[in-house]
Ligand binder design. Structure first.
Ligand code: C2E
Ligand code: CA
Ligand code: CA
Ligand code: CA
Length: 276
Protein backbone atom coordinates (compact mmCIF):
# COMPACT_ATOMS: atom_id res chain seq x y z
CA UNK A 1 0.00 0.00 0.00
CA UNK A 2 2.97 2.23 0.60
CA UNK A 3 3.53 2.91 -3.06
CA UNK A 4 0.11 4.43 -3.63
CA UNK A 5 0.59 7.94 -4.87
CA UNK A 6 4.07 8.19 -3.50
CA UNK A 7 5.28 10.36 -6.33
CA UNK A 8 2.53 12.91 -5.83
CA UNK A 9 2.12 12.89 -2.11
CA UNK A 10 5.61 12.73 -0.67
CA UNK A 11 4.54 14.49 2.48
CA UNK A 12 2.88 11.31 3.71
CA UNK A 13 5.25 9.22 5.77
CA UNK A 14 5.64 5.51 5.26
CA UNK A 15 3.81 4.30 8.34
CA UNK A 16 0.96 1.90 7.76
CA UNK A 17 -1.49 4.27 9.40
CA UNK A 18 -0.56 7.15 7.17
CA UNK A 19 -0.74 5.02 4.06
CA UNK A 20 -4.14 3.55 4.89
CA UNK A 21 -5.45 7.01 5.71
CA UNK A 22 -4.12 8.20 2.41
CA UNK A 23 -5.75 5.23 0.71
CA UNK A 24 -9.12 6.19 2.19
CA UNK A 25 -8.63 9.82 1.32
CA UNK A 26 -7.85 8.95 -2.29
CA UNK A 27 -10.74 6.50 -2.50
CA UNK A 28 -13.19 9.17 -1.34
CA UNK A 29 -11.73 11.65 -3.78
CA UNK A 30 -12.08 9.09 -6.54
CA UNK A 31 -15.74 8.41 -5.66
CA UNK A 32 -16.57 12.06 -5.88
CA UNK A 33 -14.56 12.42 -9.10
CA UNK A 34 -16.68 9.67 -10.62
CA UNK A 35 -19.91 11.33 -9.52
CA UNK A 36 -18.84 14.67 -10.90
CA UNK A 37 -17.13 13.16 -13.96
CA UNK A 38 -13.94 15.09 -13.19
CA UNK A 39 -11.86 13.17 -15.70
CA UNK A 40 -10.53 14.03 -19.10
CA UNK A 41 -8.80 12.17 -21.89
CA UNK A 42 -5.55 12.77 -23.72
CA UNK A 43 -4.59 10.95 -26.90
CA UNK A 44 -1.20 9.60 -27.92
CA UNK A 45 -0.63 8.88 -31.63
CA UNK A 46 0.62 5.53 -32.90
CA UNK A 47 2.96 6.00 -35.84
CA UNK A 48 3.65 3.65 -38.77
CA UNK A 49 7.43 3.21 -38.89
CA UNK A 50 7.46 2.74 -42.67
CA UNK A 51 5.42 5.77 -43.66
CA UNK A 52 5.91 7.90 -40.52
CA UNK A 53 2.16 8.52 -40.62
CA UNK A 54 -0.17 8.49 -37.64
CA UNK A 55 -2.44 5.46 -37.95
CA UNK A 56 -4.26 5.38 -34.60
CA UNK A 57 -4.40 6.86 -31.11
CA UNK A 58 -4.43 5.61 -27.54
CA UNK A 59 -6.80 7.33 -25.12
CA UNK A 60 -5.30 7.89 -21.65
CA UNK A 61 -7.34 9.07 -18.67
CA UNK A 62 -6.39 12.19 -16.71
CA UNK A 63 -7.61 13.22 -13.27
CA UNK A 64 -6.97 16.39 -11.32
CA UNK A 65 -8.38 16.10 -7.81
CA UNK A 66 -10.38 18.76 -5.92
CA UNK A 67 -7.19 20.58 -5.02
CA UNK A 68 -6.13 20.65 -8.67
CA UNK A 69 -3.39 18.06 -8.10
CA UNK A 70 -2.58 15.69 -10.92
CA UNK A 71 -3.06 12.08 -9.84
CA UNK A 72 -1.40 9.55 -12.10
CA UNK A 73 -3.56 6.74 -13.54
CA UNK A 74 -0.72 4.43 -12.51
CA UNK A 75 -1.83 5.28 -8.94
CA UNK A 76 -5.61 5.55 -9.11
CA UNK A 77 -6.40 2.78 -11.61
CA UNK A 78 -5.05 0.08 -9.23
CA UNK A 79 -7.08 1.71 -6.43
CA UNK A 80 -10.18 1.70 -8.62
CA UNK A 81 -9.55 -1.97 -9.34
CA UNK A 82 -9.28 -2.80 -5.64
CA UNK A 83 -12.37 -0.87 -4.61
CA UNK A 84 -14.75 -1.95 -7.37
CA UNK A 85 -14.82 1.54 -8.84
CA UNK A 86 -13.09 0.45 -12.04
CA UNK A 87 -16.31 -0.42 -13.83
CA UNK A 88 -17.50 3.17 -13.48
CA UNK A 89 -14.14 4.58 -14.54
CA UNK A 90 -14.09 2.20 -17.51
CA UNK A 91 -17.62 3.18 -18.51
CA UNK A 92 -16.66 6.83 -18.39
CA UNK A 93 -13.61 6.20 -20.60
CA UNK A 94 -15.65 4.28 -23.17
CA UNK A 95 -18.40 6.93 -23.32
CA UNK A 96 -15.95 9.82 -23.50
CA UNK A 97 -13.90 8.13 -26.23
CA UNK A 98 -16.95 7.35 -28.38
CA UNK A 99 -18.30 10.86 -27.86
CA UNK A 100 -14.97 12.28 -29.00
CA UNK A 101 -14.81 10.05 -32.08
CA UNK A 102 -18.36 11.13 -32.93
CA UNK A 103 -17.44 14.78 -32.72
CA UNK A 104 -14.48 14.25 -35.09
CA UNK A 105 -16.86 12.38 -37.38
CA UNK A 106 -19.40 15.23 -37.23
CA UNK A 107 -16.63 17.62 -38.29
CA UNK A 108 -16.16 15.46 -41.39
CA UNK A 109 -12.61 14.52 -40.43
CA UNK A 110 -10.93 11.30 -41.57
CA UNK A 111 -11.34 8.89 -38.66
CA UNK A 112 -8.52 6.86 -37.15
CA UNK A 113 -9.00 4.09 -34.57
CA UNK A 114 -8.71 4.97 -30.89
CA UNK A 115 -7.48 2.39 -28.38
CA UNK A 116 -8.80 2.37 -24.84
CA UNK A 117 -7.22 0.62 -21.88
CA UNK A 118 -9.57 -1.93 -20.34
CA UNK A 119 -8.66 -3.27 -16.93
CA UNK A 120 -8.58 -7.07 -16.69
CA UNK A 121 -10.88 -6.62 -13.68
CA UNK A 122 -13.57 -5.28 -16.01
CA UNK A 123 -13.70 -8.68 -17.68
CA UNK A 124 -15.22 -9.99 -14.47
CA UNK A 125 -18.02 -7.45 -14.62
CA UNK A 126 -21.31 -8.35 -16.20
CA UNK A 127 -22.19 -6.82 -19.51
CA UNK A 128 -18.83 -5.62 -20.78
CA UNK A 129 -19.71 -6.56 -24.35
CA UNK A 130 -23.17 -4.95 -24.08
CA UNK A 131 -21.57 -1.78 -22.81
CA UNK A 132 -19.36 -1.63 -25.91
CA UNK A 133 -22.22 -2.49 -28.27
CA UNK A 134 -24.47 0.15 -26.75
CA UNK A 135 -21.79 2.85 -26.85
CA UNK A 136 -21.05 2.16 -30.52
CA UNK A 137 -24.77 2.34 -31.33
CA UNK A 138 -25.43 5.42 -29.24
CA UNK A 139 -22.68 7.42 -30.96
CA UNK A 140 -23.11 5.83 -34.38
CA UNK A 141 -19.51 4.79 -34.85
CA UNK A 142 -18.18 1.58 -36.39
CA UNK A 143 -16.44 -0.90 -34.08
CA UNK A 144 -13.40 -0.69 -36.36
CA UNK A 145 -12.74 2.74 -34.81
CA UNK A 146 -12.16 1.18 -31.39
CA UNK A 147 -9.32 -0.93 -30.07
CA UNK A 148 -8.88 -2.33 -26.59
CA UNK A 149 -5.58 -2.75 -24.76
CA UNK A 150 -5.50 -5.32 -21.97
CA UNK A 151 -2.53 -5.96 -19.72
CA UNK A 152 -1.46 -9.55 -19.36
CA UNK A 153 -2.84 -10.77 -16.07
CA UNK A 154 -4.00 -13.67 -13.98
CA UNK A 155 -7.47 -13.17 -15.45
CA UNK A 156 -6.08 -14.69 -18.60
CA UNK A 157 -6.19 -17.95 -16.69
CA UNK A 158 -9.93 -18.18 -17.22
CA UNK A 159 -9.24 -18.80 -20.88
CA UNK A 160 -12.69 -19.85 -21.95
CA UNK A 161 -14.46 -16.88 -20.50
CA UNK A 162 -11.83 -14.44 -21.68
CA UNK A 163 -11.80 -15.96 -25.13
CA UNK A 164 -15.57 -15.72 -25.42
CA UNK A 165 -15.67 -12.06 -24.43
CA UNK A 166 -12.79 -11.09 -26.73
CA UNK A 167 -14.40 -12.95 -29.62
CA UNK A 168 -17.65 -11.02 -29.13
CA UNK A 169 -15.78 -7.71 -29.05
CA UNK A 170 -13.99 -8.69 -32.23
CA UNK A 171 -17.31 -9.49 -33.88
CA UNK A 172 -18.21 -5.86 -33.22
CA UNK A 173 -15.12 -4.93 -35.25
CA UNK A 174 -12.97 -4.03 -32.26
CA UNK A 175 -9.22 -4.80 -32.39
CA UNK A 176 -7.66 -6.56 -29.39
CA UNK A 177 -4.16 -5.74 -28.16
CA UNK A 178 -2.10 -7.19 -25.31
CA UNK A 179 -0.51 -4.30 -23.43
CA UNK A 180 2.84 -4.30 -21.59
CA UNK A 181 3.74 -7.52 -23.35
CA UNK A 182 6.71 -9.29 -21.82
CA UNK A 183 6.23 -8.06 -18.26
CA UNK A 184 3.33 -10.01 -16.84
CA UNK A 185 2.09 -13.48 -17.32
CA UNK A 186 4.66 -16.21 -17.63
CA UNK A 187 2.87 -18.57 -20.00
CA UNK A 188 2.67 -17.91 -23.73
CA UNK A 189 -0.12 -20.44 -24.00
CA UNK A 190 -2.83 -17.81 -24.23
CA UNK A 191 -1.35 -16.28 -27.38
CA UNK A 192 -2.89 -18.90 -29.58
CA UNK A 193 -5.89 -19.62 -27.37
CA UNK A 194 -7.17 -16.06 -27.25
CA UNK A 195 -8.35 -14.00 -30.21
CA UNK A 196 -5.63 -11.35 -30.19
CA UNK A 197 -4.53 -9.00 -32.99
CA UNK A 198 -1.72 -6.90 -31.54
CA UNK A 199 1.19 -7.14 -29.09
CA UNK A 200 2.51 -3.98 -27.48
CA UNK A 201 6.12 -4.37 -26.35
CA UNK A 202 6.39 -2.87 -22.88
CA UNK A 203 8.21 0.40 -22.70
CA UNK A 204 10.68 -0.88 -20.10
CA UNK A 205 12.33 -2.89 -22.91
CA UNK A 206 12.24 -0.03 -25.41
CA UNK A 207 13.35 2.95 -23.36
CA UNK A 208 16.68 1.32 -22.63
CA UNK A 209 17.03 -0.51 -25.95
CA UNK A 210 20.18 0.61 -27.69
CA UNK A 211 23.32 -0.95 -26.35
CA UNK A 212 21.39 -3.05 -23.83
CA UNK A 213 21.83 -6.57 -25.17
CA UNK A 214 19.28 -7.99 -22.72
CA UNK A 215 16.51 -5.67 -23.89
CA UNK A 216 17.57 -6.06 -27.53
CA UNK A 217 17.19 -9.81 -27.21
CA UNK A 218 13.74 -9.48 -25.66
CA UNK A 219 12.48 -7.01 -28.29
CA UNK A 220 13.93 -9.20 -31.01
CA UNK A 221 12.25 -12.30 -29.62
CA UNK A 222 8.87 -10.61 -29.31
CA UNK A 223 9.09 -9.37 -32.92
CA UNK A 224 9.94 -12.86 -34.19
CA UNK A 225 7.18 -14.41 -32.11
CA UNK A 226 4.64 -11.89 -33.40
CA UNK A 227 5.67 -12.44 -37.01
CA UNK A 228 5.23 -16.19 -36.65
CA UNK A 229 1.84 -15.77 -35.00
CA UNK A 230 0.83 -13.09 -37.54
CA UNK A 231 0.27 -10.45 -34.90
CA UNK A 232 0.94 -6.75 -35.32
CA UNK A 233 3.55 -5.22 -33.01
CA UNK A 234 3.47 -1.79 -31.42
CA UNK A 235 6.57 -0.62 -29.56
CA UNK A 236 5.70 1.78 -26.75
CA UNK A 237 7.96 4.28 -25.02
CA UNK A 238 10.00 5.07 -28.13
CA UNK A 239 12.20 8.02 -27.24
CA UNK A 240 15.26 7.80 -29.48
CA UNK A 241 16.22 7.51 -33.15
CA UNK A 242 18.46 4.57 -32.28
CA UNK A 243 15.50 2.58 -30.95
CA UNK A 244 13.50 3.43 -34.08
CA UNK A 245 16.35 2.15 -36.26
CA UNK A 246 16.52 -1.07 -34.28
CA UNK A 247 12.76 -1.62 -34.47
CA UNK A 248 12.44 -0.69 -38.18
CA UNK A 249 15.24 -3.06 -39.17
CA UNK A 250 13.37 -5.88 -37.46
CA UNK A 251 10.04 -5.19 -39.07
CA UNK A 252 8.17 -3.59 -36.17
CA UNK A 253 5.12 -1.96 -37.74
CA UNK A 254 4.03 0.68 -35.24
CA UNK A 255 5.59 2.83 -32.56
CA UNK A 256 4.38 5.13 -29.86
CA UNK A 257 6.45 7.42 -27.70
CA UNK A 258 7.77 10.85 -26.86
CA UNK A 259 10.10 10.76 -29.87
CA UNK A 260 7.03 11.18 -32.07
CA UNK A 261 4.30 12.60 -29.86
CA UNK A 262 3.43 12.98 -26.21
CA UNK A 263 -0.20 12.38 -25.25
CA UNK A 264 -2.16 15.38 -26.54
CA UNK A 265 -5.45 17.22 -26.02
CA UNK A 266 -8.41 16.41 -28.25
CA UNK A 267 -8.10 19.85 -29.92
CA UNK A 268 -4.55 18.98 -31.00
CA UNK A 269 -5.80 15.70 -32.45
CA UNK A 270 -8.40 17.68 -34.39
CA UNK A 271 -5.62 19.81 -35.88
CA UNK A 272 -3.62 16.68 -36.70
CA UNK A 273 -6.61 15.05 -38.42
CA UNK A 274 -7.30 18.19 -40.47
CA UNK A 275 -3.81 17.91 -41.95
CA UNK A 276 -3.88 14.13 -42.25
P1 C2E B 1 0.03 2.15 -20.51
O1 C2E B 1 -1.28 1.68 -21.03
O2 C2E B 1 1.20 1.27 -20.70
O3 C2E B 1 0.24 3.58 -21.16
C1 C2E B 1 1.47 4.10 -21.58
C2 C2E B 1 2.02 5.09 -20.59
O4 C2E B 1 3.33 5.48 -21.01
C3 C2E B 1 1.22 6.37 -20.49
O5 C2E B 1 1.32 6.83 -19.14
C4 C2E B 1 1.98 7.30 -21.44
O6 C2E B 1 1.77 8.67 -21.17
C5 C2E B 1 3.40 6.87 -21.17
N1 C2E B 1 4.31 7.13 -22.30
C6 C2E B 1 4.01 7.22 -23.61
N2 C2E B 1 5.12 7.42 -24.36
C7 C2E B 1 6.17 7.44 -23.50
C8 C2E B 1 7.59 7.60 -23.67
O7 C2E B 1 8.10 7.77 -24.77
N3 C2E B 1 8.35 7.55 -22.54
C9 C2E B 1 7.80 7.36 -21.31
N4 C2E B 1 8.61 7.37 -20.26
N5 C2E B 1 6.45 7.21 -21.11
C10 C2E B 1 5.65 7.23 -22.21
P2 C2E B 1 0.04 7.27 -18.29
O8 C2E B 1 -0.91 8.05 -19.15
O9 C2E B 1 0.53 7.89 -17.04
O10 C2E B 1 -0.68 5.91 -17.96
C11 C2E B 1 -0.11 4.98 -17.08
C12 C2E B 1 -0.90 3.71 -17.06
O11 C2E B 1 -2.20 3.91 -16.47
C13 C2E B 1 -1.19 3.14 -18.45
O12 C2E B 1 -0.08 2.44 -18.92
C14 C2E B 1 -2.39 2.27 -18.17
O13 C2E B 1 -1.99 1.03 -17.64
C15 C2E B 1 -3.12 3.05 -17.10
N6 C2E B 1 -4.19 3.84 -17.73
C16 C2E B 1 -4.14 5.06 -18.32
N7 C2E B 1 -5.35 5.43 -18.77
C17 C2E B 1 -6.19 4.40 -18.49
C18 C2E B 1 -7.60 4.17 -18.70
O14 C2E B 1 -8.33 4.99 -19.30
N8 C2E B 1 -8.11 2.99 -18.23
C19 C2E B 1 -7.32 2.07 -17.59
N9 C2E B 1 -7.91 0.93 -17.18
N10 C2E B 1 -6.02 2.25 -17.39
C20 C2E B 1 -5.45 3.40 -17.83
CA1 CA C 1 -2.00 1.00 -22.98
CA1 CA D 1 1.68 -0.28 -22.12
CA1 CA E 1 1.06 -0.22 -18.18
Amino acid sequence: AKSLGKSNFQFFDDSLEASSQFHLYLENQLRSAIEKAQFSLVFQPKVCLKTQKVTAFEALIRWFDEGGNFVSPADFIPLAEQTGLIEKVGSWVLEATCQQIKSWKDLGLPLLPVAINVSPVEFNCQGLVDRFRQALEKYGIPGEMLEIEITESVFFEDMNKMSEILQKLRELGITVAVDDFGTGFSSLQYLHQLPIDVLKIDRSFIIDLEGNSHNEAIADTILTLARNLKLTVVAEGVETQASIDFLSERGCELAQGYFFYKPMQASDVTALLINH
